[in-house]
Design a protein around this ligand. Structure first.
Ligand SMILES: Cc1ncc(C[n+]2csc(CCOP(=O)(O)OP(=O)(O)O)c2C)c(N)n1
Ligand SMILES: [Mg+2]
Length: 541
């Protein structure tokens, strides 16, 4: 036990949990939290240029590594600015520990014109969090942080919001520090796992649908092993890219099912094993709605199992732990030959992509060829980004970070900064459109200040292009609100002090290689306004 302020107690609790980075913006209402980490070199405070950047960085950090970062924000506008990044993380099951400052406890009872006052702030945060609480004494800080971390490790990971009133930040109490939260993730009910194994053994033409819950270093090898034992081809959601290498003989890639790519599979299959996917609406429109009647579902979140459609067997548990148990329960030690002609599927898929995805396909293939297998691509909601899960070959877990269904523009740059901090030895490439890039462009200053090796691509069509194409198709080309008048991106990048160039679409791969070789932060503008209307957004109805 030691006497300390709330600010110091937060620093001590973060250290105990192995937190390395704190993204945020300082203000009077969280200064004691910052002061708490002042002397601690192991807690790295990253000053961002808007709180949305802080939470998007924490989201990218978590998506790239599975690790938790913290954020320090002021109450009121600091919290509401942070909510967008928390909403993204909520929709993509990414953990983060957000500490909000707050006025003193005695000032919270009624509206009093206090600075940064926001009524019902906990409920405001609650809609994008898995865990929300206000701390009323420094003595409670270690237990509260530990509880938040335990929930993020052992349940479906989601943001946590911990509110710290100013008198709790500055007040002193006897604080008992606690060890890191135990990693006791649910391993699945053995009876349910045995039933799942029996169902899978009885299927003659099973396939696997893998989502973000299977996209981790621990789950990926077990997923491949189960697929091999069953002879089951593997389709992934856009969040599960990387759960199986596209070089694996059973990998069918992303399941965006336009062009009837998956018709044959869906018509012939007699059982689907869904792992770590809520079968989001895009997956459902494309393949989920035509899943076979027999479904076995593994998910850490009991609310997800059976939510979209009825399951024959549901197993609630962490994907890697359940898959490990399933390997044993299957009781097979030999691979089963695959019932589906994967080679023919791939040839057909590529032919259809050449037909429809030109000119995006060669561009994405040149990006793939320009970087090592473990490079991380971070998409925004932009034409090239939409095509990435379908066209970009992915070889390793957590290397294709596609924005969650909350769907904010401006995701990519800050999320890429977070990914680079999490994985400093891997090349990180951010992919934005001109519209989305301007939502969080100020974080170029953060990348520059951190001296990050980072490549930020901006595909510029001087438009909210996806929406313009939607207006072409649905509203008889009556364009309104979708044309953009942009700054000179190269000059803008230079003003931030980052290396800035403009290259043609055919030269993107070369430009990425050159930028990664030279190092530093790069802004690469690519004028890119391909013709064709509907085809450019692969999932839009
Ligand atoms: C916060 C937010 N506001 C509005 C939208 C709606 N929206 C989706 S895509 C898009 C256009 C994006 O334009 P740009 O980033 O230039 O990419 P492009 O489609 O031109 O490739 C818009 C406005 C959104 N997704 N998020
Ligand atoms: Mg655009």
């Amino acid at each position: 036990m030691a006497r300390m302020t709330g600010g110091k107690a937060v620093a001590a609790a973060l250290k105990a949990e192995g937190i390395e980075h704190i993204f945020g913006i300082v203000g009077t209402h969280n200064s004691p939290l910052y002061d708490g980490i002042y002397q601690d070199k192991s807690l790295n405070a990253v000053t961002v240029r808007h709180e949305q950047g802080a939470t998007l960085m924490a989201a990218g950090y978590a998506r790239a590594s599975g690790k938790v970062a913290a954020c320090f924000v002021v109450p009121g506008p600091g919290l509401t600015n942070a909510l967008t990044g928390m909403g993204m993380a909520f929709s993509e099951s990414a953990p983060m520990l957000v500490f909000g400052g707050q006025n003193a406890l005695a000032q919270l009872e009624r509206e009093g014109g206090h600075f940064h006052e926001l009524s019902d702030s906990l409920n405001v945060a609650r809609s994008v969090c898995g865990y929300t609480t206000r701390v009323s004494t420094p003595a409670h800080v270690p237990a509260v942080v530990r509880e938040a971390m335990r929930l993020m490790r052992c349940q479906r990971p989601r943001p946590s919001y911990i509110e710290m009133p100013l008198d709790v930040q500055t007040g002193e109490a006897d604080v008992t520090l606690q060890g890191s939260a135990a990693d006791d993730r649910p391993a699945g009910n053995p009876v349910a796992i045995a039933r799942a194994a029996a169902a899978l053994r009885s299927a003659r033409r099973p396939f696997i649908f893998a989502g973000g819950g299977a996209d981790s270093a621990a789950a990926a090898p077990l997923l491949a092993q189960v697929a091999e034992l069953l002879g089951a081809p593997v389709v992934t959601s856009m969040f599960g890219r990387g759960a199986i290498s596209d070089r694996h003989p059973l990998a069918l890639g992303d399941g965006w099912g336009r062009y009837n790519l998956y018709d044959e599979l869906l018509e012939q299959a007699d059982l689907v094993l869904v792992i770590g996917s809520r079968i989001d609406v895009v997956s459902d429109v494309n393949v989920g709605a035509r899943f076979p009647q027999r479904m076995v579902q593994i998910d850490i979140d009991p609310l997800i199992v059976g939510q979209r459609r009825a399951v024959e067997v549901g197993v609630v548990g962490d994907a890697s732990l359940v898959l490990a148990a399933l390997v044993d329960a299957l009781g097979k030690d030999e691979e089963t030959p695959c019932w589906f002609d994967v080679e023919r599927f791939r040839k057909n898929k590529r032919a259809r992509l050449i037909e429809h995805a030109v000119p995006v396909l060669p561009l994405i293939e040149s990006m793939r060829a320009s970087v090592p297998d473990d490079a991380i691509f971070v998409d925004d909601l932009t034409l090239v980004g939409y095509w990435m899960p379908m066209c970009m070959d992915t070889y390793l877990p957590r290397t294709l970070i596609h924005p969650g269904t909350y769907g904010t523009l401006g995701y990519s740059l800050p999320a890429a900064i977070g990914a680079k901090l999490a994985c400093p030895d891997q090349t990180v490439v951010s992919i934005s459109g001109d519209g989305g890039f301007m939502f969080t462009v100020q974080e170029l200053a953060t990348a520059r200040a951190l001296n990050l090796d980072l490549v930020a691509l901006v595909f510029n069509d001087n438009a909210f292009g996806a929406i313009r194409k939607y207006q072409d198709r649905v509203f008889g080309s009556r364009h309104i609100g979708s044309e953009l008048s942009n700054p000179d991106f190269v000059k803008l990048g230079e003003a931030f002090g980052v290396n800035s160039v403009r290259v043609e679409a055919t030269k993107v791969g070369e430009a990425i290689s050159r930028a990664s070789e030279k190092g530093g932060t790069w802004l690469i503008e690519v004028p890119f306004a391909p013709g064709g209307a509907a085809e450019m957004v692969p999932w839009m109805p």
